[in-house]
Design a protein around this ligand. Structure first.
Ligand SMILES: NC(=O)c1ccc[n+]([C@@H]2O[C@H](COP(=O)([O-])OP(=O)(O)OC[C@H]3O[C@@H](n4cnc5c(N)ncnc54)[C@H](O)[C@@H]3O)[C@@H](O)[C@H]2O)c1
Length: 450
């Protein structure tokens, strides 16, 4: 690398004259772009979704953690949302935050990274810093980005800089955000790592440089596979406690008093979001290519995916105790997003619980203060309904799938006939009408693996 290219970019990063681009303005990219804008950089946010760009230009946020006031402060001042890739010609650094979903056959879908790369190739220029943030299998940065750009005469560490730096943002987390969550980064060369670290240090409290992009890629998958496996373990314990007639929630509380060697995880209706259900499958796919089968990943996936069925078993049991079948019963799901206080419906277990109940003939409704509608399996729009004390009584069962803090638990408790609680939200209410997962009361639910 020409020393002057390194010096030049360092100077621009330090004096805030570097122009930064963020590609993909979703849950990850939008908060990141705003952090760069907050710290004084000119930021170009490139997203192909015209609706999102037009929303941003009207200062409307589509991400719960991003507030209108922030958009009013920066959009058009030093944050420019656009669908135009050609701005890259004038940018010094770009961070790629496009989706990395799975294909129907549960394999990594690289199409978003590849399509972003096609555009980047047109406008890449010497001295630019490219950082991939999308979660992906170890090797992606070098095998795809580095290799593709070499075909264009761009050599990482020689005439441009290339890093991988996984995003750890936890939507809805009030304590940890983009800025105060330590961030791992690994460049193709030492100098790439150094310049990447220098850029992100301007907006992130603590950077964690590692020796290669592969280590950075793997660290993200390790973190999320760790969560998937531990969630599966505690979900299995919940189902076991049901069988043994023990309250898993009280058990977890007791175990959590151990000040070392134990880390509490809680059971739930299943896993959701763009990370935990998907990321381990990226690793499993890469492992299979090496003839290595990760049994932990597969087993965790199987258990976590069985949880909606287990919840249905609880619903059936609860209704049965009141001499009602699921078929024909009127059921209300409270909370459809995959976790509390956010609007993200991706992979949410609530969606599957909804479909399973419908398949069994229930009349299913849902309420979510953050997610106003979703498309069901028939591609039909389902709207969140309003409810009040009176209408709650008209439901044969209410299922607490996601315990948004919006919910007035006393009202729900007082006015519902039966409550199936998948989150232990009603732990302070003791009554025979509450059917908790992982609890002893009124329990005969069958564990059904999907
Ligand atoms: N959501 C999370 O909590 C989270 C946390 C850590 C890491 N990640 C990872 O970050 C990446 C992005 O996730 P997300 O949740 O922000 O996704 P998202 O779907 O919310 O946002 C991605 C954005 O990229 C845009 N996009 C798609 N293709 C594009 C292209 N070719 N050019 C420009 N824009 C394009 C989409 O329109 C969308 O706005 C994924 O790899 C994900 O695994 C997500």
């Amino acid at each position: 690398m020409h020393e002057n290219q390194f010096q030049n970019l360092s100077r621009k990063i330090n004096d805030r004259s570097a122009r930064v681009g963020v590609i993909g303005l979703g849950y990850v990219g939008l908060p990141l772009a705003l952090e760069f804008a907050k710290s004084g950089y000119d930021v170009y946010g490139i997203d192909l979704n015209e609706d999102k760009i037009s929303q941003l230009k009207q200062f409307n946020s589509y991400i719960s953690d991003v507030h209108k006031e922030e958009l009013v402060r920066f959009v058009g001042k030093n944050f420019y949302p656009t669908t135009e890739y050609s701005y890259i010609q004038e940018l010094d650094c770009i961070s790629i935050c496009v989706p990395t979903p799975l294909t129907k056959s549960q394999e990594p879908d690289m199409s978003f990274i590849l399509s972003a790369l096609e555009q980047i190739k047109k406008y890449v220029h010497p001295g630019i810093l490219i950082t991939l943030e999308s979660t992906t299998y170890p090797g992606t940065t070098e095998e795809i980005i580095q290799a593709e750009l070499e075909n264009e005469g761009y050599y990482a560490g020689e005439n441009y800089f290339l890093c991988f730096s996984p995003e750890r943002v936890d939507p809805g987390n009030k304590k940890f955000n983009t800025k105060n969550t330590p961030k791992v980064i690994g460049g193709v060369t030492k100098q790439c790592t150094n310049i990447g670290t220098m850029l992100y240090e301007q907006i992130i409290d603590r950077m964690v440089p590692v020796s290669s992009p592969k280590v950075a890629e793997m660290s993200k998958l390790l973190e999320n596979t760790f969560r998937s496996v531990n969630i599966a373990f505690i979900n299995e314990m919940a189902m076991l406690c049901d069988k043994l007639g023990i309250d898993v929630w009280e058990t977890i509380e007791a175990a959590s008093t151990k000040p070392f060697g134990y880390m509490p995880f809680t059971p739930g209706p299943g896993i959701g979001g763009h990370c935990i259900p998907l990321d381990p499958m990226y690793l499993a796919w890469k492992a299979k290519g090496e003839n290595f089968y990760s049994r932990y990943i597969d087993l965790a996936q199987e258990i976590n995916k069985s949880m909606p069925n287990y919840v249905i078993g609880k619903v059936a049991e609860a209704l049965n105790a009141h001499t009602k079948p699921i078929n024909g019963s009127k059921v209300l799901i409270l909370g459809m997003a995959y976790k509390p206080n956010i609007n993200d419906l991706r992979e949410s277990p609530g969606l599957e619980i909804y479909e399973l109940l419908k398949k069994k003939g229930a009349k299913v409704f849902y309420h979510d203060p953050h997610a106003q509608s979703f498309l069901d399996n028939n591609n039909e729009k389902v709207n969140s309904i309003d409810y009040d004390s009176e209408s709650l009584l008209s439901f044969d069962a209410v299922i607490m799938v996601t315990n948004h803090s919006f919910y007035n638990l006393t009202e729900v408790f007082n006015e519902s006939k039966i409550i199936i609680d998948t989150r232990n939200a009603f732990k302070d209410f003791s009554d025979e009408k509450i059917y908790k997962i992982g609890d002893t009361l009124n329990n005969n639910s069958e564990i059904v693996f999907s």
